[in-house]
Design a protein around this ligand. Structure first.
Ligand SMILES: [Zn+2]
Length: 490
């Protein structure tokens, strides 16, 4: 039984889905106007891990996981105007970059990935229902949600009116009845890209506000009850910073459009990635992107493990030490896996019963305790490395192998072959579906090894040693064995 901390009730509760054959989870995705930083990527990794756990517990086809793409936004228009390009150039470029990051982090594509631009008619429909219900009003080409008409407003963030006004940094605008009211629709504006990224509506050409986007897209994949209303989804996720105002506003819109039905049964929020004493954020200018880190030579799997090293609700302090430790952990795990595969090639690595025991005992079911699970996996790796595997019973070998490989796979880790990891092979990302496909880029090293073997054969030891030293300088260690020379990265 999975237990999850629900931000709405401020308590950990048993996760009992409404329909275990059709569990619904929605997570707020990227706004595609710039490279995402590692803090932006944390929810993608956290909820990908939760999705893997749900599928393990309830079945491979039990979950419908939706993660949207915000491709209508003032920041997109500003980026397009600044570069002098069409908005689509911006959104396509950064969507592609995002999918590359997802591939590097081994984040599986969601089942449903709605783009805001494809759901504007549904947003307009929802806004019309809110106006008809008396929850929204039209003023000077804008449509605004009237917060005072929703008595439950503020329940998620537990804010009173003063805190709402402070937290939303609301502008007092002449067309607003109240400063706390928020935008559902706004007029297009005059700039070329504002006009280009606008849509016809009953209130003139314009574009939707950010919050209505998620409410409308959740409608698009939720199931309907007998009365035709959208059923409450099981899990709504996102970063802590979205609790207010974004999720508070999503809740208000959806509940008022759905005759009071709550939007989600569980509100799950992940903590920040911290740089020093501060949260990593674009506005503070202390960001590091996945692309920066990969360019520096870190591998996607190392980044994923680093992101999972803290409990998802706690901050992750982002340091070089964390990256070094994460790499060292993976080195050990892969060494243990390689040792086991070499000594006992017949052993299964996916025994379901074993993996069930791991999931049960590791604490993963208890609000996704990933630090506990990582510690358990490291313990198994240590046992494997310290054991003579040839005298191990089949059952014990299967239990160790399935815990290590099968357990790590639930966290989206240890999905490579030990040899590929040791050689630091670069995994290329197939952008078409966001799934990483392995591709070895080490032909150059193999060629050097062949050159060295040739030199040794002709007793040119000076050349052979030079090649070995050159590779060593690049961090490539050669190991001569009975069946030839193998190599690994230091
Ligand atoms: Zn959202």
């Amino acid at each position: 039984m999975i237990r999850l901390y629900d931000t709405m009730s401020r308590e950990k509760r048993e996760f009992v889905p409404q329909n275990p054959d059709r569990i619904t989870m929605y997570v707020c995705g990227p706004t595609v106007y710039g490279r995402a930083h590692i803090g932006n990527e944390r929810p993608a990794v956290v909820f990908d891990t939760l999705a893997r756990l749900i599928r393990h517990e309830f079945g491979a086809d039990s979950l419908i996981y939706a993660r949207n793409v915000t491709d209508v936004d003032d920041k997109i228009i500003a980026a397009a105007e600044a570069e002098g390009v069409g908005y689509r150039v911006i959104t396509e470029r950064y969507y592609k970059n995002y999918m590359e990051d997802m591939g590097a982090l081994n984040v599986l594509p969601p089942d449903f990935e709605p783009r805001a631009t494809a759901f504007v008619p549904r947003m307009i429909d929802m806004i019309q229902r809110l106006i008809q219900g008396g929850f929204a009003y039209v003023a000077e080409g804008h449509v605004l949600f009237e917060v005072v008409n929703d008595p439950e407003y503020g329940a998620l963030s537990r804010r009173d009116r003063d805190a709402i006004l402070a937290g939303a940094r609301v502008e007092v605008a002449p067309y607003k009845r109240d400063a706390a009211d928020f935008v559902l629709w706004k007029p297009a504006g005059e700039q070329a890209e504002q006009v280009a990224l606008s849509f016809d509506s009953p209130w003139g050409r314009g574009r939707p506000g950010w919050h209505i986007e998620c409410s409308a897209m959740i409608e698009a994949f939720g199931t309907r009850n007998d009365a035709g209303h959208i059923e409450t989804i099981d899990i709504h996720g996102g970063g802590l910073d979205l609790i207010f105002p974004h999720h508070e506003n999503e809740i208000a819109q959806s509940r008022c459009a759905h005759a009071g039905a709550p939007l989600a049964r569980f509100w799950v929020h992940n903590g920040f990635v911290d740089m020093g004493a501060e949260k990593m954020s674009k506005s503070l200018g202390n960001v590091v992107t996945v692309n920066d880190l990969l360019t520096q030579g870190h591998r996607g799997e190392t980044l994923r493990l680093a992101l999972l090293s803290a409990h998802y609700r706690s901050p992750v302090p982002w340091t070089n030490k964390l990256l070094d430790q994460s790499k060292a952990v993976l080195d050990r795990w892969y060494r243990a896996l390689g040792k086991l595969q070499l000594a006992r090639p017949e052993v299964r690595l996916d025994d379901k019963e074993t993996i069930d025991v791991f999931v049960e005992e590791s604490g993963l079911l208890d609000d996704l305790n990933t630090p506990g699970a990582l510690a358990d996996l490291s313990n198994v790796a240590s046992v494997i490395l310290g054991t003579d595997l040839n005298i191990l019973s089949d059952d014990d070998a299967t239990a160790m192998g399935s815990t290590l490989r099968g357990g790590a796979n639930i966290l989206g880790l240890l999905h490579q072959q030990p040899d590929d990891w040791a050689k630091g092979r670069v995994i290329e990302v197939d952008i078409a579906d966001g799934i990483a496909v392995g591709d070895a880029l080490d032909a150059r090293i193999e060629a050097k090894i062949a050159e060295r073997a040739k030199a040794k054969k002709s007793r040119d030891f000076a050349t052979a040693d030079r090649i070995r030293d050159e590779l060593k300088a690049e961090g490539i260690v050669l190991e001569d064995g009975p069946s030839g020379t193998t190599w690994r990265r230091e």
